[in-house]
Design a protein around this ligand. Structure first.
Ligand code: HEM
Length: 115
């Protein structure tokens, strides 16, 4: 269980790193990075799976539900923005890309600082 959880955490971090790194690199252009959709979906699915594993297992610490709820809402907004921008690339502005970057950074802060 512990190993499965750690692999999910690894994939979780890789997922949002793709979104974060990609949006920083393309910030000056009004377009979304390639792979942003895969990255955020990876972060979302692995995050939800980790919560399920932690709740089902005795050896893993129960997740902080308030923190998870905040992260989930922010991640769903980011997912919505990326889906929109992927489907209608002509509508992508630097503001939209910046919002994706900013919200992802907020989620990293919530993950790291809120204990
Ligand atoms: C863009 C969206 C997200 C970002 C940037 C993000 C970022 C992070 C980071 C940096 C960590 C490592 C922190 C640590 O281990 O102390 C982490 C862990 C974790 N994340 Fe996320 N996350 C996102 C979305 C989600 C979602 C949607 C869920 C669940 C619904 C989730 C659930 C978790 C869980 C269970 C952990 C394990 C450690 C803990 O309890 O904090 N994450 N996330």
């Amino acid at each position: 269980m512990r190993l499965a959880y750690d692999i999910l955490l690894f994939l979780h971090l890789v997922g949002w790193a793709i979104v974060l790194g990609g949006t920083i690199v393309t910030l000056r252009e009004a377009r979304l990075p390639k792979g942003a959709l895969h990255g955020i979906l990876t972060a979302l699915v692995t995050g939800i799976a980790m919560v399920g594993l932690a709740q089902a297992s005795d050896e893993l610490r129960d997740p902080n539900n308030a923190k998870i709820a905040v992260k989930l809402v922010i991640a769903l907004v980011v997912t919505g923005l990326i889906v929109y921008g992927t489907r209608r690339p002509e509508k992508v502005t630097r503001g939209l890309a910046g919002a994706i970057l900013g919200l992802t950074v907020v989620n990293v802060a919530v993950a790291a600082i809120w204990r």
